[in-house]
Design a protein around this ligand. Structure first.
Ligand SMILES: Nc1ncnc2c1ncn2[C@@H]1O[C@H](COP(=O)(O)OP(=O)(O)O)[C@@H](O)[C@H]1O
Ligand SMILES: [Mg+2]
Length: 253
């Protein structure tokens, strides 16, 4: 089978080494949308961490936009109950595809979608505390991958969840390592502005490097394997660069 994933192993090692050596307990990965953050978490960082005996928990806060606490509770429960990361991975991949599709709707169309943010229930919050504690008690460290975390800063309803995470991550900082991702710098700043929260405050932000010509060459190679058609690398790079410029312009405008 053709593996369409272009590996970013060096970056994944950089992340894990920072945790393994105790330099930091949390890192924040920033890139605009559709630049490969989730792909990096699920296909590069998680497998490497799994190989180094981490327990892996992945939660995208765009999965259940109105109720991120429930999404996190569910992800933690899965992690506690099922150690086999590989068997959980396929569900996350198909799920993130659906989410991206939904969030790609133009703004006008999304206005017609019903949004009804819910305050986390006490039951969900207590369960999250308990599940994090259970993971932290185990011998193996836990890698918590929290995708599109800036979503938590978009509604006052989610403040209790943010406060809970601050406290829990600080309490269990020796056993729970966290990677946040975000696609809005402003949203991330809103999330992390509380200077009293050491773990949030200390989370170093890393910009996801843009994919480049090596990625294009890899994709052409996959395409050639799939179709037996060889495309021009020079032309493909030109198209890719033009596309990237377009993406950056639309993201930052
Ligand atoms: N390393 C990679 N190898 C192959 N394809 C990639 C890679 N990174 C991103 N992509 C492609 O770009 C799409 C968007 O990536 P994604 O991780 O969903 O972006 P983000 O999470 O930043 O919004 C993926 O569905 C995939 O098709
Ligand atoms: Mg994503």
């Amino acid at each position: 089978m053709i593996d369409w994933h272009f590996e970013r192993t060096a970056l994944a090692e950089h992340f894990l080494n920072a945790f393994d050596t105790g330099i930091t307990g949390s890192l924040t990965l920033f890139a605009p949308r559709r630049m490969g953050k989730s792909e990096f978490l699920l296909h590069d960082l998680a497998p490497l961490a799994y190989g180094r005996k981490y327990q892996i928990c992945y939660c995208s806060f765009w999965q259940l936009k109105d109720n991120p606490a429930k999404a996190l509770r569910h992800a933690l429960e899965e992690c506690v109950e099922n150690h086999d990361w590989k068997s959980r991975l396929s569900a996350y991949i198909s799920h993130s595809g659906t989410v991206e599709l939904k969030s790609d709707l133009p703004p006008l169309a999304s206005l017609t979608l019903k949004s009804n943010p819910e305050k986390p229930t006490e039951n969900d919050l207590l369960s999250i505390i308990d599940l994090i504690k259970r993971l932290a008690r185990r011998k193996a460290p836990t890698l918590l991958l929290l995708d599109e975390v800036q979503h938590l800063s978009t509604r006052p309803e989610f403040e209790s969840l943010v406060a809970l995470l601050r406290t829990e991550f600080e309490t269990h900082r020796k056993k729970i390592y966290v990677v946040f991702t975000g696609s809005s710098r402003e949203g991330l700043m809103r999330m992390f502005r509380d200077r009293k929260a050491p773990m949030f405050h200390a989370s170093q932000q890393i910009d996801l490097p843009d994919l480049g010509s090596e990625f294009v060459a890899y994709m052409l190679d996959c395409y050639a394997q799939a179709s037996s058609v060889k495309l021009s690398l020079v032309k493909a790079i030109k198209v890719f660069n033009a596309l990237q410029n377009g993406l950056h312009c639309s993201t930052y405008s």
